[in-house]
Design a protein around this ligand. Structure first.
Ligand SMILES: [Fe+2]
Length: 346
């Protein structure tokens, strides 16, 4: 079974629809979001988001799973849905949307999983200030339950049965993503707990979000019996800013596909991320099909931007030459984009 693993989606319905589309074609209709999913059911926009996503996922036959990030109101999920678990122990938030609680274990084919949500918010003070300034109730924007306690992790690791895959929101202490703005001292205790989880549970893969940065690292660790083992740590990017010039590269950096039978990442992009890896033997597992999801959308946006630009250009005698020149260039580019689109679509 193939699972589409995705980084933070932050209640971005459009990005989730894109992920659902990819999952429906490439990933046996299962999408797993690694926290900061956008569970904000305490506000009307959050309810609408869940309902709309549920409807869209249903129309595509896709099931959406998520674990909690620091920006998901996890306490409310438990309050509302703790009694409504499916056969595998996921909590049913909507018909097509399921939550994996902290420490939840399950098996899909030859792969065993554990979900370890939570992280420290580097914007905690700002969020508390918003709550205060707006007169919003405590727990509206910053959630006190955002990270696991040491006792939580002790309880989870009391079951030392090994797993194939750890799914988490935060990174483990020892991974080196190359770029990380969430490395304050206050971030470290949660990363330390996840490092402990690796040492006890010895996974082959560790997938996480939170850093908004795509990397894959072949990380060595010392297991609790002192053996040196290794794990592949995959950090996934978040939902991109739709205005970003590199929107399509960033979309491709927000997901990979994991195969539960071969226990490998079988699709993801883009290729040039190999230079970002700490693993000298890292072989890019980019599948040319991944590009399918970027190119047509890239063309759409390029055409939209170019049209806007042409419309905004002003013609007058002073700028006549520039006007004609730029206009010709843009029209030529549009033609080239259309030609490429036809090639891709065929
Ligand atoms: Fe996060």
């Amino acid at each position: 079974m193939k699972i589409l693993m995705a980084g933070d989606t932050h209640m971005d319905l459009e990005h989730l629809q894109y992920l659902v589309d990819v999952a429906s074609v490439e990933a046996d209709s299962r999408l797993f979001v690694l926290g900061d999913f956008g569970y904000w059911e305490h506000v009307p926009a959050g309810i609408l988001f869940l309902d709309k996503l549920d409807g869209y996922a249903g129309s595509k036959g896709v099931t959406v799973y998520f674990l909690d990030g620091n920006h998901d109101k996890m306490s409310m999920i438990l309050e509302r849905y703790a009694e409504d678990a499916d056969d595998e122990g996921f909590l049913r938030v909507r018909e097509r949307i399921y939550y994996a609680p902290r420490g939840h274990r399950w098996t899909w084919d030859g792969s065993s999983f554990i979900a370890l949500g939570g992280a420290y918010s580097v914007d905690k003070r700002q969020r508390l200030r918003w709550e205060h300034t707006l007169g919003a109730p405590a727990g509206s924007s910053w959630f006190p339950e955002e990270e696991m306690s040491d006792e939580d992790m002790d309880r989870i690791l009391a079951n030392g049965n090994l797993v194939t895959v750890i799914l988490a929101h935060d990174k483990p202490r020892d991974s080196e993503p190359g770029w990380n703005r969430k490395d304050l001292d206050a971030c470290l205790p949660n990363q330390e707990r996840l490092q402990r989880a690796i040492e006890v549970l010895r996974p082959c893969h560790f997938f996480h979000g939170h850093l908004h940065h795509r990397y894959t690292e072949h990380m060595e660790f010392r297991a609790t019996d002192s053996r040196i083992l290794d794990v592949r740590v995959h950090g996934l990017d978040c939902n991109p800013d739709p205005r970003a010039l590199d929107l399509f590269d960033r979309q491709l950096q927000s997901w990979v596909i994991y195969d539960t039978v071969s226990r490998a990442v079988v699709m993801g992009g883009p290729k040039d991320l190999a230079s970002d890896s700490n693993d000298p033997d890292w072989t890019p597992y980019v599948d040319s099909r991944a590009g399918r999801y970027a190119k047509p959308m890239e063309a759409e946006l390029a055409i939209a931007i170019a049209r806007e630009y042409v419309d905004e250009m002003e013609y007058n005698d002073d700028t006549a030459h520039d006007y004609c020149h730029h206009r010709r260039v843009i029209i030529a580019l549009l033609e080239e984009i259309r030609r490429l689109r036809l090639l891709i679509d065929s």
